[in-house]
Design a protein. Structure first.
Length: 385
């Protein structure tokens, strides 16, 4: 198989797995225990917290471990806005469901949620945020890089607008971490969500950066772990693996970005050159280095996925988190795409282990599969395939 669904999940690296194994075998102690086993586990967590913090230039004390991006996003929303019942929350129409679904729930509880529009490239316009802010706004949450089309939002500008109004700014950076350089201090961020399995770490572990001075309430109660903000016995092995993944991502960031961009650009240019009636979606330049999102006119994306899978290529049409409920992409809808454009979309996301030879093979197979599907397409008379 040629794996091109790295936005959904990445392969855990050998070094990460090796770092985890001792905490699944010999060092199995509970970090809350005061004996040697517990102290060793707590020491391992402290090391990982430092490794995660260094990736985004934060202080280790500003890192809160969670079960992943979804919990980090929910914690940001509920942890901030519950202090201000009925207040305004501002987000965008293209957020991940881990933001949109809690926002819908908060609307039912009486909160005023404003969903900012995006242009046809998937970009939020900073002036639209300024217009939406009011004295009752308690939080703004705009994703860093879109999980479907790969567009990178103007986070620094958006955060600056919020800072001037002294309103907390959160960004879902799950897709951006380890793929672009992120400095929370330089960007002026208050809260940032991240997830391990997007950067060659284990699943089921993530973190939330909470800037010093930003107060959040817990949404999980119990024994008071994570300074009382996230109770529950810590997932030591996964925390250690996440820390190692962050260390490797920071160490190899420049090299990894360069490789992913080279693969991404080669793949997209070759597809656009060799297959007719195809468009690249998202911002052409301000996009994640691993993302190629395309629309193949006259082709159904789900049929395309099945055929690609049969031919040894793993890809997707969009977010892996929403594929099970078979709904049209809210991201593409917000960008103004027609039903035909939405259903003909395909997301190919490269990773650090992919090769140029795989890109050539992918285009070869994709070309054949698209031709096969278009031969029986009801739109074949509409387009000159």
């Amino acid at each position: 198989m040629i794996y091109l669904d790295n936005a959904a999940s990445t392969q855990i690296s050998g070094d990460v797995l090796d770092s985890m194994l001792p905490y699944l075998r010999e060092q199995f102690g509970n970090p809350s225990s005061i004996h040697r086993y517990g102290r060793l586990a707590q020491k391992a967590i402290s090391k990982a917290r430092k490794q995660v913090a260094e990736l985004i230039n934060a202080d280790p004390s500003e890192i809160l471990f969670t079960s992943g991006g979804t919990e980090s996003n929910n914690t940001s929303l509920y942890g901030i806005v519950k202090k201000n019942p009925g207040s305004r929350i501002i987000t965008s129409l293209i957020e991940h469901d881990a933001i949109l679904e809690p926002c819908k729930n908060l609307e039912k509880e009486g909160f005023d949620v404003v969903y900012l529009p995006v242009n046809n490239l998937g970009m939020v316009d900073p002036p639209s945020l300024e217009k939406a802010l009011n004295e009752n706004t308690s939080l703004v949450s705009i994703m860093f890089g879109n999980n479907e089309v790969g567009t990178i939002e103007p986070i620094s500008e958006l955060a600056k607008i919020c800072k001037e109004k002294q309103i907390p700014f959160h960004t879902d950076a799950v897709q951006a971490i380890g793929k672009i350089s992120i400095d929370v201090k330089e960007l002026g961020l208050d809260l940032l969500s991240m997830s391990s399995h997007k950067i060659n770490g284990p699943k089921g572990i993530g973190a939330l950066y909470v800037k010093k001075g930003i107060s959040i309430d817990p949404i999980i109660f119990g024994g008071g772990q994570e300074k009382g903000l996230r109770s529950g016995t810590e997932n030591v092995a996964n925390i250690v693996g996440f820390g190692k993944a962050c260390e490797l991502a920071r160490k190899n960031l420049v090299t990894n970005i360069s490789k992913m961009k080279e693969l991404r650009d080669y793949l997209s240019k070759k597809i656009l050159k060799e297959i007719p009636c195809v468009t690249l979606n998202g911002h052409p330049e301000k996009r994640l280095p691993n993302n190629v999102h395309l629309t193949f006119l006259g082709v159904n994306g789900e049929d395309l996925l099945i055929k690609l899978d049969e031919n040894g290529i793993a890809a997707s049409t969009g977010s892996a988190c929403s594929v099970q409920i078979q709904k049209a992409s809210h991201v593409l809808q917000a960008m103004g795409f027609s039903h035909e454009q939405i259903t003909g979309s395909l997301r190919l996301t490269v990773g650090i282990s992919n090769t140029m030879e795989e890109m050539d093979e992918t285009v070869k197979i994709l070309k054949h599969v698209v031709e096969e599907l278009r031969a029986v397409s009801p739109f074949k008379e509409k387009y000159s395939f």
